[in-house]
Ligand binder design. Structure first.
Ligand code: PLP
Length: 457
């Protein structure tokens, strides 16, 4: 008999993180062999971890190894694994009504969730919400909405950004040639501007005192490759996620917003990885005090219970006509129930403030590690979105790719999940419900993995 979902702490959590069988263990190996026969090989599975059960910040694999997940299941589980409030909400809703054609009829849960999101999103203007099933769909909706509203064909995106893998979102992304190879032609009319990756400034400058040559490059492209009156919108991840949590300086988004206003461009913030409290603000763009015209959400929105994406836009911008865009399952009842329960948890447990406080502790702890380690080039973070970039030597900043992979693997072998990002960065983004003790334990284990690799270098 399969076990029913447990709302109380399961006994396997008690012993904390532990690796009792080599990863992958025998059961994991058998499942991976079957997987390789029938599952698309397009996924990038770097580590042979086969999950079976999760609770709070812990996940257990099929061989009984227990991991403290400092990646929140790839930045989805902000409320942790199987948060009882979300599990109950989904169970209750499943017993009442799972599906009702939201594209053709109405239901209150969708309205309730949209009301919540428009009140949380920055900007004192009226807003509307389009519901989707994933991040890439939320971006597609933003892209289409921007074209529809402005009647302009072009988009500006940033180098290194990742917005998804459907054709529109892929056309706006430039984080990896693998995402694009053999898929051309993509949606035309996208120009890429340099992103302020100050640790590796493409213009050889250092912040502060750099005159923002990256921004000037964008400005000068308007006279050469990108006629500004043809641009519908600029899309940005406030903090680039897959690129390794690249955080622009404080001046950047206010300057960008001004440029948008000058030329009548919409500003789209892809908050799929950064939104809903992760960075110590409800939306990361709030760190720059900028209200985007459109915000894309997904990942943590329904807490990993049910897939969900959302596009929140200024009401006067989301003015497309009936039939212009829709989705059968977007904003389905189970996803809405999970998302509403999640937002209640976020408020009740003050998770945004908690991310800010715990994030400061974690950043300080990682900076201590950096001081003792020759491998760490830069530590950066906002709230519980943290990154450690590894380099072969601090002067030349040559990316330490193998060393980074080794740290990730050694951390796994010590029972801690962290995630790769960029060329040689490790991303740490624990569930926002993590306790201080669990965070310290996770970082201690991570630090030991780093020391182990450093000793072997
Ligand atoms: C910033 C950002 N945008 C969009 C996406 C695409 O989301 P999905 O995989 O749900 O389509 C991701 C996924 O990693 C992301 O991190």
């Amino acid at each position: 008999m399969p076990s029913v979902i447990s709302l109380s702490r399961p006994s396997w959590v008690r012993g904390g993180p532990r690796v009792i069988k080599q990863i992958p263990g025998p059961r994991a190996r058998r499942i991976i062999e079957r997987d390789e026969r029938v599952i698309s090989p397009s996924y990038t599975r770097a580590d042979p971890l086969v999950g079976e059960e999760g609770w709070g910040v812990y996940v257990r694999d099929v061989d009984g190894n227990v991991f403290l997940d400092l990646s929140s299941g790839m930045f989805v589980l902000n409320y942790g694994y199987s948060h009882p409030a979300l599990v109950r909400a989904v169970q209750r809703q499943a017993a009442r009504l799972t599906h009702f054609a939201g594209t053709d009829f109405y239901y209150e849960l969708q309205v309730e969730l949209a009301e919540e999101l428009v009140s949380l999103a920055p900007g004192s203007f009226e807003k509307r919400v389009f519901f989707a099933n994933s991040g890439t769909e939320a971006v597609e909706a933003a892209f289409k909405c921007a074209r529809w509203h402005t009647r302009r064909p072009r988009m500006i995106a940033f180098a290194g950004a990742f917005h998804g893998r459907t054709f529109g979102a892929m056309s706006l992304s430039s984080s990896s040639a693998t995402h694009r190879r053999f898929f051309e032609p993509l949606v035309p009319g996208v120009s890429f501007a340099p992103f302020p990756y100050c640790y590796r400034c493409q213009f050889g400058q250092s912040y502060p005192g750099c005159d923002f040559l990256c921004f000037e490059y964008l400005r000068s492209s308007l006279a050469t490759t990108t006629p500004p009156e043809e641009v519908a919108a600029v899309i940005t991840e406030p903090i680039q996620g897959n690129a390794g949590y690249i955080i622009p300086p404080p001046e950047f988004y206010p300057m960008l917003k001004e440029l948008c206003e000058e030329h009548g461009w919409l500003l789209i913030a892809d908050e799929i990885q950064t939104g809903l409290g992760r960075t110590g603000k409800m939306f990361a763009m709030e760190h720059w005090r900028v209200a985007p015209d459109i915000i894309c959400l997904a990942k943590a929105l329904a807490g990993g219970m049910v897939p969900m994406g959302a596009t929140v836009a200024r009401a006067d911008v989301m003015d497309w006509s009936p039939g212009a865009h829709a989705s059968t399952f977007g904003g389905n009842l189970l996803a809405c129930a999970a998302a509403l329960a999640g937002l209640k948890v976020l408020k009740r447990q003050k998770l945004v403030e908690r991310a800010e406080k715990l994030g400061r502790l974690a950043l300080a702890r990682l900076q201590e590690m950096a001081e003792k380690s020759k491998l760490v080039g830069e530590v950066r973070g906002k709230g519980l979105l943290l990154a450690v970039e590894l380099v072969k030597d601090r002067e030349r900043k040559q990316p330490a790719v193998e060393e980074r992979d080794a740290v990730v693997r050694k951390a796994l072998n010590r029972g801690v999940i962290v995630f790769r990002g960029g060329r040689s960065t490790i991303r740490i983004a624990p569930p926002l419900i993590i306790s201080r003790k669990e965070l310290e334990l996770g970082l201690d284990l991570f630090g030991r993995a780093l020391e182990e690799v450093e000793r072997a270098c």
